[in-house]
Design a protein around this ligand. Structure first.
Ligand code: ZN
Ligand code: ZN
Length: 256
């Protein structure tokens, strides 16, 4: 069996952070690399993508959940853009009436940046993700989550294994029911755990969730492993150690 492997390149939400309090869990914003056979699929392009060294001979795809800065700000620094022999396919939904290319052109252009995406040697093609499509042997399913301006949830299935990436997701009841069905029996769920339950009271409507809500969905959906993502910029390594301790008694296998 060929490998189906996830690498966390950045799991910080909202803004990148650095310093001694963030040395274990890191401070780069949303980016995950999935290797599935010959496919190299990036989930979001936050500052985590800056640390990505593209693999040899793989086909590169970037699946963007939405276009908030913390999910796209690493794109101009993606090493694969400097290689003219590596085409890159980017999938993103239309947001605020803009096609993905139009939206990226607003960000990666003067005066914010001195180059446009087409200035880079790599040939980049933008696509609107249908509800279901394939990237080689990887099946991709999509679902819209609950987030200001929208955010796409992706499910990747390869050789009978599946992972679901649900970031920038707020646990509104209808959205939770839809995600529970969507993530049913998946092997790994990446879930937005930006806030603690106490913090959430101050940040209702910001489009993020809590570890407790993730655990509820994971249990209902019979998810095998749960990985919390999109952590608040103020969450220190010490806080993570405490959370790990607090969630150790839960059945589901939980990773922070
Ligand atoms: Zn975000
Ligand atoms: Zn967002």
């Amino acid at each position: 069996m060929k490998s189906f492997k996830l690498t966390v390149l950045g799991a910080r939400g909202s803004v990148s952070v650095s310093g001694k309090d963030f040395s274990v869990h890191g401070g780069a914003t949303s980016c995950y690399r999935v290797q599935a056979g010959d496919e190299e699929i990036y989930l979001d392009a936050g500052t985590g993508i800056v640390n990505a060294t593209p693999l040899e001979n793989s086909r590169i795809t970037i699946l963007l959940t939405h276009l908030h800065l913390d999910h796209v700000i690493g794109l101009p620094f993606f090493a694969a853009l400097t290689n003219k022999d590596r085409p890159i396919d980017i999938y993103a939904r239309e947001r605020a009436g803009l096609q993905p290319k139009e939206a990226v052109d607003r960000l990666i252009d003067n005066p914010f940046w001195p180059a446009k995406i087409e200035t880079y040697p790599a040939k980049v093609t933008f696509h609107l993700p249908p509800k279901r499509f394939s990237i080689g042997a990887v099946e991709v399913d999509t679902l819209e989550g609950c987030h200001p301006g929208g955010s796409t949830i992706y499910k990747l299935t390869y050789q009978g294994k599946s992972l679901v990436y649900a970031t920038d997701f707020e646990h509104e009841p209808k959205a939770c029911a839809a995600l529970t069905t969507f993530a049913k029996d998946c092997d790994l769920l990446l879930y937005d755990a930006q806030y603690t339950a106490a913090e959430y009271e101050r940040f209702k409507g910001y489009g993020h969730s809590t570890p407790e809500e993730g655990i509820k969905i994971a249990e209902l959906a019979n998810v095998k492993k749960l990985l919390f993502v999109h952590h608040a910029p103020w969450r220190t390594d010490k806080d993570f150690a405490q959370m790990q301790h607090d969630f150790a008694k839960i059945n589901q296998e939980i990773i922070l």
